[in-house]
Ligand binder design. Structure first.
Ligand SMILES: [Zn+2]
Length: 377
């Protein structure tokens, strides 16, 4: 009996991180000369009004920080595989052909696409094609069973990108492209997307708003926090009514509230929907280092544990993660590592209220300090 317990604890699982270095070639430089136009003038006016030198926050250093940490502190069971570029046909399942024409015309150029800090540099269009295609590669691997789970280490992120519009650092909606591919080509019939990035995934919600084949669960900091969408009442429409599930949170919300939302909303929703594939829009900007919310590394690990157990029970363990936001490079790298550790079979921690361990240590330390008589014990 002890032997069985020991085996359960030490059982490792294969996790494949899909990565293609072409995602590093997306590097907008706010000091570069951009395509002339009204949008450029507006962005210049905004930047000129800032008191500090503004740098593009979604930069290649995010990926370097993750790779450096995984190199220094490797997770047993995690291996790397290369990514690939998405085809125009794959992108066109969720974006309009006119939007794709406009974006492809910016190949090898510097331009602003949106006032919400979405810019392109000469390598950006290819990086965005690779980000979407690498998410497809991750999904193909978990559906074929060649890996237990997968993580697409990509940028630019995707969940703000709408069918007709780039927004909030996003060009193509990577997770949506991968979900649409799973439905069109891989025999999947119901895909659950879990989005725990601090920001609402307006683009993903928009793309699958009336689609009964995709359930979209999004926990995020509530409006007026960017992008301002994702209210409780937004539940989808038409055939997709009920398959959009939003959980808006106040600033500073952390592990305890997040895990309650997962256990009491996500778990029953997933059991009702019965997905045959789970995708996760994994941003790490809900960590308190990014100053919007208060999720800890143990919190990301615990959310991963819940998702993994849903995948094991409902869809043969088929789960693929894709990187979204996260701008503090330390919490980004540590957050992703904590997810990989759980996916690889590591122990799922039970997060505590921040400070509780320190308080208990202090209670023990000061115990007996304020009594009249010293204790006999
Ligand atoms: Zn975000």
């Amino acid at each position: 009996m002890f032997l069985a317990v020991e085996c359960a604890v030490t059982k490792r699982k294969d996790v494949t991180v899909f990565y293609d270095e072409r995602v590093l070639h997306h590097a907008p430089d706010v000091n570069a000369s951009f395509l002339p136009g009204r949008l450029d003038k507006r962005v210049r006016a905004i930047l000129a009004g800032l008191n500090v030198q503004w740098k593009y926050p979604e930069h290649p250093g995010r990926i370097h920080a993750i790779l450096d940490l995984l190199n220094r502190e490797a997770v047993e069971g995690v291996r790397f595989a290369s990514g690939k570029a998405a085809t125009r046909e794959q992108l066109a399942r969720v974006h309009t052909t006119s939007y794709l024409d406009d974006v492809f015309a910016l190949r090898n150029k510097n331009a602003w696409l949106d006032v919400d800090t979405t810019a392109v540099s000469p390598g950006s269009v290819e990086a965005a094609e690779v980000a979407a295609g690498t998410t497809i590669a991750a999904v193909e691997a978990v559906v074929s069973g060649s890996t237990d789970s997968a993580f697409a280490l990509i940028r630019p992120p995707g969940h703000h990108a709408e069918p007709v519009r780039a927004r909030g650092f996003c060009l193509f909606n990577n997770v949506a492209v991968a979900a649409a591919h799973a439905l069109a080509e891989l025999g999947c019939e119901r895909v659950l997307i879990v989005d725990w990035d601090a920001h609402h995934g307006n683009g993903t919600q928009d793309i699958f708003w009336a689609d009964p084949h995709v359930m979209f669960f999004d926990i995020h900091r509530a409006s007026p926090f960017y992008p301002g969408s994702g209210s409780l009442q937004d539940v989808g429409a038409g055939l997709g009514e009920g398959t959009t599930v939003n959980v808006p949170m106040p600033g500073g919300a952390g592990d305890v509230a997040y895990l309650r939302a997962f256990n009491e909303i996500l778990v029953p929703a997933a059991e009702f929907f019965k997905p045959d594939l789970i995708l996760v829009s994994a941003g790490f900007d809900a960590h308190w280092y990014d100053l919007a919310l208060n999720v800890s590394f143990e919190g990301f690990a615990a959310m991963t544990g819940i998702i993994q157990s849903l995948a094991d029970r409902l869809c043969g363990g088929r789960v693929a993660f894709a990187l979204e936001g996260g701008y503090n490079t330390e919490s980004l790298a540590r957050g992703m590592r904590s997810v990989l550790d759980v996916l690889a079979g590591g122990e799922v921690p039970e997060p505590r209220v921040c400070g509780m361990d320190a308080v208990e240590e202090a209670i023990a330390f000061h115990r007996g300090a304020f009594t009249e008589e010293p204790s006999d014990e």
